[in-house]
Design a protein around this ligand. Sequence first.
Ligand SMILES: [Zn+2]
Length: 85
Amino acid sequence: MGPGEMFVPFFAVFFLFVVIIIVVVAARALSSKGKVQRPLSEETAFPPPPPPDTVLVKCDYCRTEQKWSEKCSRCGAPLPKPRIP
Ligand SMILES: [Zn+2]
């Protein structure tokens, strides 16, 4: 084995090492970009839902609009779950 033959595998390993570093840095830059944008879009798209007892629901049977509870305050029928916009 001469010195020229030793140089080729060394260069190949070095080149591979550089490529891996570039890929890792690029992947980290992309993922950090996504992390910065995600919380902002979540805040604007999904505001905190109001507590269920402040949402008005309409009874399916007697059409009474009331604050949501397990049963209708007028006819005692089970009320539909409040729809949070
Ligand atoms: Zn009712």
